[in-house]
Design a protein around this ligand. Structure first.
Ligand code: SAM
Ligand code: SF4
Length: 313
C-alpha cells in the first residue's frame, strides 16, 4: 500500500491489473501474501482475495482488524484458502496505548465476529500477531490467556525486525558495491540498542510461556532458545541461518507494480521490472533477477539481512 497521496496512490495497480497478475502466475501455484500498510485500506481487497480463491490459491495477510464492514466479514468467512493475522500489540491497555483508545476492542470484536461467521468451518484461519516490545514484558502470559477466549487458531509472536546505524551503513555500502545502487532503505529499521535488562526479561518470559499449556497454539517467529533471544537483540551478527533463499522462492510486487525481491525496505532500489511492462513470470528469471541472485550468492547475506522478516521462520 502506498502512502503518499499526491504522488503514489494514483500509481497503484488497479483491480484488473492485479487480477491479470494473478492469472499470469496461477499455473505456478503460488501463495499470495497481501502486505501493507493496511491491506483493507483498498476498497477491492475482498474482491482480490475472492479472485485468488477462485483460482484455488491461498492468501495470507496481516491487518489491523479495524477496517472490515459486516459485509466484508461475511464474504471473507466464506473464503476457503485464507489466513488472516490480526495485529495485537499487547493486552488491551498496551495495544490502545500504541494504536489508540478503543482499538483493542475494535480488533477483537472483528475477530469474534469472523470466528462466529465461519462457524464450524476451519477457514478462514484466524490468528493474532504480536510484535515483541518493552511494553509487553511481564504481560505475555496474560495476553495469551485473554486471546484464548476468542476461539482463534493460534497466537503468533514476532521478534522485531531491526538494525543499528553501523549495520545499516554497511548494508548500504554492500548494495552499492554489489549492485551499484544507492539504497538507504535499511535505515528505516534503525533503533537504539535494546537494554540488556529488557532483553533478558523478555527471553526469560518467553521461555516460561513456552513451558505452559494453553488452549490455543502459540508460535514464536523466529523460534529461539532463551540464550538465542538475548543474542538476537544484542548481537546483530547472530542468526539461525547464514543465507537467504527468498529471491529464489518469492517475488514482491509493490503497489505501483514494481517487482523486486526484498520486503520491508531492506533493498528498495533494485527492481527486476514492473508488472505494467510485461509478464511477471518472464521477469522472474530475467537478467536483472539472475544478477541479483548471483551477487547475493557470493555474499550469502547482506549486512542487515539477519533481522529481515525473510529470516524469521
Ligand atoms: C507491517 S504491519 C502491516 C499490517 C497492518 N497495517 C497491521 O497493523 O497489522 C504487519 C505486522 O508487522 C508487524 N511489524 C511492524 N513492524 C515490525 C518490525 N519492525 N518488526 C517486527 N514486526 C513488525 C506489526 O506488528 C504487524 O503485526
Ligand atoms: S534477508 Fe536480505 S536478501 Fe533475504 S529478503 Fe531480506 S533483505 Fe532480501
Amino acid at each position: 500500500m502506498l502512502k503518499n497521496k499526491d504522488s503514489m496512490v494514483t500509481q497503484e495497480l488497479k483491480t484488473d491489473e492485479i487480477k491479470r497478475l494473478v492469472d499470469q502466475v496461477a499455473h505456478l501455484k503460488p501463495s499470495f501474501y497481501l502486505a501493507g500498510g493496511e491491506p483493507f485500506l483498498r476498497k477491492d481487497t475482498v474482491d482480490i482475495i475472492e479472485y485468488i480463491n477462485s483460482k484455488k490459491l491461498p492468501t495470507i495477510l496481516t491487518n489491523n482488524g479495524t477496517m472490515l464492514s459486516e459485509e466484508a466479514m461475511q464474504r471473507l468467512a466464506k473464503v476457503d484458502r485464507l489466513t488472516m493475522n490480526f495485529s495485537i500489540d499487547g493486552p488491551r491497555d498496551v495495544h490502545d496505548r500504541i494504536r489508540g483508545q478503543g482499538n483493542y476492542d475494535r480488533t477483537m470484536n472483528t475477530v469474534k465476529r469472523l470466528v462466529e461467521l465461519r462457524g464450524r468451518r476451519v477457514n478462514p484461519s484466524i490468528k493474532t500477531n504480536t510484535t515483541f516490545s518493552p511494553w509487553i514484558v511481564g504481560r505475555i502470559d496474560e495476553l495469551i490467556r485473554d486471546l484464548q477466549a476468542y476461539g482463534i487458531d493460534a497466537a503468533r509472536f514476532q521478534h522485531l525486525w531491526f538494525t543499528d546505524e553501523q549495520t545499516a551503513e554497511n548494508h548500504r555500502l554492500a548494495l552499492k558495491e554489489l549492485y551499484g545502487i544507492e539504497d538507504r532503505g535499511a535505515r528505516t529499521h534503525v533503533i537504539s540498542t535494546p537494554t540488556q535488562k529488557y532483553v533478558e526479561a523478555l527471553a526469560k518470559e518467553i521461555a516460561d510461556v513456552e513451558k505452559r499449556r494453553y488452549s490455543i497454539p502459540v508460535f514464536m517467529h523466529p523460534k529461539l532458545t532463551e540464550e538465542q533471544v538475548v543474542k538476537y537483540y544484542t548481537d546483530l551478527t547472530f542468526s539461525k541461518s547464514d543465507h537467504c533463499s527468498a529471491p529464489w522462492t518469492h517475488a514482491l510486487v509493490k503497489a505501483n507494480g514494481d517487482v523486486m525481491f526484498c520486503p520491508d525496505e531492506w533493498v528498495t532500489q533494485y527492481k527486476i521490472g514492473n508488472v505494467r511492462e510485461g509478464n511477471v513470470v518472464e521477469m522472474w528469471n530475467n537478467e536483472k533477477a539472475r544478477f541479483f541472485r548471483q551477487q547475493l550468492n557470493k555474499v550469502q547475506l547482506f549486512p542487515a539481512c539477519k533481522r529481515c522478516c525473510a529470516m524469521s521462520d
